[in-house]
Design a protein around this ligand. Structure first.
Ligand code: IPD
Ligand code: CA
Ligand code: CA
Length: 263
């Protein structure tokens, strides 16, 4: 088994276990704290999931780098492999007992996404991908949709935590999307939004302000399912740049032109 395949298999096991921890706490009254803004929340459940994942990764792969949402770089590594972990993507949903959230684990090799696992415990959906091997949902191969016109597309988006400062810009995109597509969804987990593109449940997605832990796994799941991912101008996607557009490829140009650029 390759070094990446071995890590992906391990990531699948620990993501499911962390998901069980989340599910066990779901629906309870959860105390939350605020992070970068009054609407950017974190709970003890985020930290519990992260502690479990970090402990398992560090014990199994002590020479890999490990980066997490809540703690930053927790193991410096040095062998070229990095784990980028979001222990609970969809914290706001979780706090409100809205059953849509996930554990996201991206594995990079030399800084490039090479393995990916996203687990949604309430739906019991386990997505995984490995470069060159395709993307899977509960072990079944998945593919992006065949929708070829924006006017027949279902789109998804999300709003960054600085949304109140950039509300006018956000609403311009929403207005264009509402006027040009079948519909638009805002489900509250960027990792699962990317999985929805990969599984053909939505045809396109955009969001600004996403961070590497939101994206590291989902970008590979999208590309391995036949989709594409760029910045808002159609250029190379950069996980640190905060301008993400993912689609089934067929509607990508139209999505960029109509929704992002307003042409
Ligand atoms: C958030 C979710 C949400 C997206 C936000 C993310 P978190 O992650 O993915 O859908 O709109 O931009 O920060 O905070 O729940 O891990
Ligand atoms: Ca997140
Ligand atoms: Ca999170």
């Amino acid at each position: 088994m390759s070094e990446i395949a071995c890590r992906v298999q391990f990531a699948r096991e620990i993501a499911v276990n962390a998901g069980k921890l989340l599910k066990g706490e779901f629906g309870k009254s959860i105390l939350y704290e605020r992070k970068t803004s009054v609407i950017d929340l974190v709970t003890q459940v985020d930290r519990m999931s992260e502690r479990y994942l970090v402990d398992r990764i560090e014990a199994a792969f002590p020479s890999d780098m490990v980066v997490t949402e809540e703690s930053g770089v927790v193991q410096s590594g040095g062998n070229g492999f990095s784990w980028v972990v979001d222990p609970l993507d969809g914290t706001t949903n979780f706090v409100h007992s809205f059953p849509h959230f996930a554990v996201s684990i991206g594995i990079l090799s030399g800084g490039t996404p090479a393995g990916a696992v996203i687990y949604a415990p309430i739906a019991n959906e386990l997505f995984h991908a490995e470069t060159g091997c395709g993307a899977f949902l509960n072990n079944q191969r998945i593919h992006v949709s065949q929708t070829s016109a924006l006017s027949e597309a279902l789109l998804a988006t999300g709003f960054p935590y600085n949304r109140r400062a950039i509300i006018d810009e956000l609403l311009i995109y929403i207005r264009r999307a509402v006027l040009s597509a079948h519909g638009i969804r805002r489900c509250g987990s960027a990792a699962l939004d990317l999985c929805s593109v990969a599984a053909g449940r939505v045809d396109g997605f955009w969001e600004q302000g996403l961070k590497p832990w939101d994206l590291a796994a989902g970008v590979l799941i999208v590309t391995e399912s036949g989709g594409t991912i760029t910045d808002f101008d159609g250029g190379n996607h950069d996980m640190n740049a905060g301008r993400t557009v993912a689609s089934n490829k067929l509607i990508h140009g139209e999505l960029l032109r109509t929704v992002l650029r307003g042409e």
